[in-house]
Design a protein around this ligand. Structure first.
Ligand code: CA
Length: 528
């Protein structure tokens, strides 16, 4: 539940946002479907069943005019994130690193000077926590940078005390061995051939060495003591190449050790695999894993404007995972920093983008939003183009906008900036905000189980969300055509409207009710 302090802050922030944006915003939030607060006038919070936002700090907001986003810039924009309804941030790597993306770390105990200082980070933590926003750090420990002092020392001499921290080829090693993606895995020269499954600049750490495991736990403890609330674990299924059982055992050991420092630590892993492979990672190890399969099913549903099986898949997965660990959490999302942006996949179709968001934010799990997704930012690989500068303003300005790379997709004239969307009630941004507030105003949308309903129609994705106390029926018309449905049997009882953004008609007939839903709209019904 929300603290009193936060409640007061929220009320103030609503007043401030109304004052800034004027009458249209007031109308928006007190209209038929607003303002989406519960009976006590609060937004609900049940961490880690929370809405989390993935931030690429470099692209977010620049506080010192060098064009590179930084921690102080992010702190300046916490009000924006809080107002959107965000409850947690996943910060892509912030440790010192020679690369622009920083997934190759040279010092696990510091902040990259491009992003700021440890003091800046502590201020970010305090200011985020003051706003009810938790912070997850990206922990990249499958490998270090080849520039890390450990690796440089190990490479220089086979006598180095860090030599056994990495994986070296011996006479038996097949140096031409290819990895899971047919990539080269052995790099280096002569006596110094080392394993690096991602790239030669990322030598893999040797987790058969207890000293490495001890160090990694010490690193995580260090950041927990700074106040972070958890970690997103990069490449969690590659710690031991092709050995899921060994990986699971390691993450269990890691979790157990961290629990002693912070029993509420939240660990979400990147385990890019099917559910049967992911599930064991959630047994007393990771709290959560990203559901990549669901992401492609949501995308297909939005793109094909039809039911692509997201709900039946999710129901099966949740049932299966709960038999392994009933506390396990599904981290659900549309895209992340390794995938083409959803708006590009949808060829710029804003209606489809809205329906993808509506579906995501009415499903059970912990929804992650990739920065700029709420604006409909576009981008296709290569990676730099899916990580373009967040677009804050309509016109070029010297305040805050990051310019570390020239945008190829998100150009000012497309008018998708925060500035233009904040005041437009029909914008994608305001759609996201409404759906987040809707979720955070109804416990059943946060904590309810999901159940399929025996109702099919072209364009329809319908399901129930239910807790022991509450039950609602969610109906999404994903398509361009109006949808008419007969609600019979036990669905006939759901005759009250909890939410709608396109209800044409709801009337009773002899067998139940008939409902008509506008194109690209959602109706949520509850029992009378
Ligand atoms: Ca900067």
């Amino acid at each position: 539940m929300m603290s009193k302090k936060l409640k007061i802050f929220l009320v103030i922030s609503i007043i401030v946002s109304v004052a800034i944006t004027g009458f249209s915003m007031t109308m928006l939030w007190v209209g038929v479907n607003g303002p989406y607060l519960n009976s006590q006038g609060e937004l609900l919070s049940d961490w880690p069943n929370a809405v989390i936002y993935e931030v690429f700090v470099r692209s977010f907001y620049d506080s010192d005019g060098d064009g590179i986003g930084d921690l102080n810039g992010l702190t300046e924009k916490l009000d924006y994130l809080q107002d959107l309804g965000i409850e947690g941030l996943w910060l892509m790597p912030i440790n010192p690193s020679p690369s622009y993306h920083k997934y190759d770390v040279t010092d696990y105990y510091d902040i990259d000077p491009e992003y700021g200082t440890l003091e800046d980070f502590n201020r970010l933590l305090t200011e985020a926590h003051n706003r009810g926003i938790k912070i997850l750090m990206d922990l990249v420990v499958n490998h270090t940078s080849s520039q890390h002092p450990w690796f440089k020392d190990a490479y220089l001499s086979s006598e180095s005390s860090y030599r056994d921290w990495y994986v070296w080829a011996d006479a038996e090693t097949n140096l031409l061995e290819r990895g899971e993606w047919n990539q080269q895995v052995w790099h280096g020269f002569g006596e110094n051939h080392y394993e690096g499954i991602f790239w030669e600049g990322m030598p893999d750490l040797n987790f058969d060495n207890p000293a490495v495991k001890k160090e990694i736990i010490q690193i995580a403890d260090y950041w927990l003591e700074q106040g972070v609330d958890g970690f997103r674990l990069d490449a969690a299924k590659h710690i031991y190449s092709r050995d899921d059982q060994a990986n699971v055992a390691w993450w269990q050991e890691f979790r157990q050790a961290l629990d002693e420092t912070n029993p509420d630590v939240f660990l979400v892993g990147e385990v890019w695999a099917e559910a049967s492979v992911v599930a064991p990672y959630l047994q007393e190890g990771l709290n959560s894993a990203f559901d990549f399969d669901l992401s492609s099913k949501i995308l297909a549903s939005a793109k094909q404007e039809s039911n692509a099986g997201a709900v039946s898949y999710l129901s099966r997965v949740r049932e299966y995972v709960s038999t392994i660990d009933e506390e396990a959490i599904d981290s659900i999302f549309l895209t992340n920093h390794d995938m083409n942006r959803i708006m590009s996949e949808l060829n710029g179709n804003v209606n489809q983008a809205k329906m993808a968001a509506s579906l995501l934010l009415t499903l059970p799990g912990t929804p992650f939003i990739y920065y700029g997704e709420e604006l409909g930012m576009e981008g296709k690989k290569p990676d730099e183009q899916i990580r373009e500068p967040m677009l804050w303003y309509n016109a070029p300005t010297d305040t805050g906008q990051t310019t570390w790379e020239k945008a190829r997709y998100n150009l000012d004239e497309k008018a998708i900036s925060v500035e233009s969307q904040l005041t437009d009630p029909d914008s994608l941004y305001n759609h996201y905000k409404r759906m987040i507030y809707l979720r955070r105003s109804n416990d059943v949308l946060i904590n309810g189980e999901i159940e399929t309903i025996g109702l099919t129609a072209p364009g329809l994705i319908g399901f129930k969300r239910l807790t022991p106390e509450e039950e609602v029926v969610v109906l999404h018309n994903m398509s361009v055509t109006p949808l008419e449905l007969e609600l019979t049997g036990d669905l006939a009882e759901f005759s009250e409207v909890l939410f709608e953004n396109g209800l044409l008609e709801l009337k009773s007939n002899s067998v139940g009710q008939v409902i008509s839903i506008n194109p690209y709209s959602t109706v949520i019904l509850m029992p009378e």
